[in-house]
Design a protein around this ligand. Sequence first.
Ligand SMILES: Cc1cc2nc3c(=O)[nH]c(=O)nc-3n(C[C@H](O)[C@H](O)[C@H](O)COP(=O)(O)O)c2cc1C
Length: 136
Amino acid sequence: MKFVIYNSLSLHPAFETVDMEILREAFKFNATHGITGFLYRCHQHYYQYFEGTADIVDDLLPRIAKDKRHTDFQVLQVDDISSRRFTGWSMGYSRAASELQSALLSPSSSAEDVRERLTLEAQKQRATHIPPQKKM
Ligand SMILES: Cc1cc2nc3c(=O)[nH]c(=O)nc-3n(C[C@H](O)[C@H](O)[C@H](O)COP(=O)(O)O)c2cc1C
């Protein structure tokens, strides 16, 4: 198992058509390929954490990186992981609260800080997550 955290600059407004299309694609692929994680909108930025088996993660990462719907793609952390942090989440999606936004965007935040914040925030929001789709 492996996880990735990256950030990027979105070329589209939050919570509108393009983000919904991204999520639709993500739910479909992730649910059938064992990818779980969380996508945060933070002003114009995306912060995404995703995890899964190494072969699937290695396949998905370059596909997301070259997606024309965002730019300034920057991997913050890639590492091995022994168990999932986001079991049951094909891909959570949320606007980061303002205090979290400041923490994520602060130049002094390390990748590890970002990972911890995203994990913590996602756990807080468990009640509102969208459940994974059934395997097709
Ligand atoms: C911010 C962002 C996050 C994305 N997250 C995922 C994801 O978690 N899973 C996924 O399958 N596609 C995700 N996508 C879509 C992929 O970039 C890509 O469009 C999709 O995997 C289809 O790839 P292909 O055109 O190479 O087949 C995301 C795209 C963006 C812009």
